[in-house]
Design a protein around this ligand. Structure first.
Ligand SMILES: N[C@@H](CCC(=O)N[C@@H](CS)C(=O)NCC(=O)O)C(=O)O
Length: 211
């Protein structure tokens, strides 16, 4: 593929691990740029020039910079069509694919953040995600049909949700119901996921981070 080299700004103990999981599924080559939170590297002027929010993940390809996990997912999965992880623009499944990707950032993330900080979501009508239980019930129903969010077709949305539900249940933010556990297991059984986890474990060791 004729495209500038990808540079991935990463910390293995962060949400950026979800991006690494996708890069591995796509078979993408990239230069890894570790960002050490203990040294506040994410807050440095150099990194803020990449992401003014001072947060990973971020990806650069030449002059193009993409931040925000879901935006990175959409962009990368389209950039590597040979991996067939994104329905094409004119594919009828494109809508459901985008819906489930964005549902993570637009509903699950704020729902979990409010729950973690013990903030009430406020009145249902004024909350962008309604209520936490509805968000979990909605994604649970979507993965219950299985094996994947789009049925028979595995996409980048499954990479995202398999990894997201993995860390959310790992931190006790979402209950590991049998449906959720089976879905995480299906996603994590993929060789690319195992490679991503091993690579991040090795990077964490290299960076001197705990296990
Ligand atoms: N909305 C961002 C959230 C990214 C995020 O929260 N990153 C955290 C790590 S999990 C971070 O970089 N924190 C460092 C800091 O805020 O100083 C996304 O979806 O990519």
């Amino acid at each position: 593929m004729n495209q500038p080299k990808l540079v991935f700004f990463h910390n293995p103990h962060s949400r950026a691990a979800m991006t690494r999981a996708l890069l591995e599924e796509l078979g993408a080559e990239f230069e890894l740029c570790p960002v050490d939170f203990r040294r506040d590297e994410q807050l440095s002027a150099d990194f803020r020039a990449i992401n003014p929010m001072g947060k990973v993940p971020a990806i650069r390809a030449g002059d193009v910079v993409v931040t925000e996990t879901v935006a990175i997912y959409i962009w990368l999965a389209d950039l590597f069509p040979a991996a067939a992880l994104a329905p094409a623009l004119d594919d009828p499944e494109r809508g459901a694919y985008l819906r489930w990707l964005v549902f993570y950032a637009a509903c699950m993330e704020p729902a979990v953040a409010d729950k973690a900080m013990k903030r009430a979501p406020g009145p249902r009508m004024q909350s962008p995600y309604g209520d936490f239980e509805s968000v979990v019930a909605t994604i649970s129903a979507a993965i219950d049909k299985g094996p994947w969010l789009l049925g028979a077709r595995f996409t980048a949305a499954d990479v995202l949700w398999g990894n997201a539900l993995g860390w959310l249940t790992g931190f006790g933010m979402v209950e590991k119901t049998p449906v959720i556990a089976a879905y995480i297991e299906r996603v994590m059984a993929r060789p690319a996921q195992q490679r991503a986890q091993q690579a991040d474990a090795a990077l964490a060791k290299e960076m001197g981070l705990g296990g």
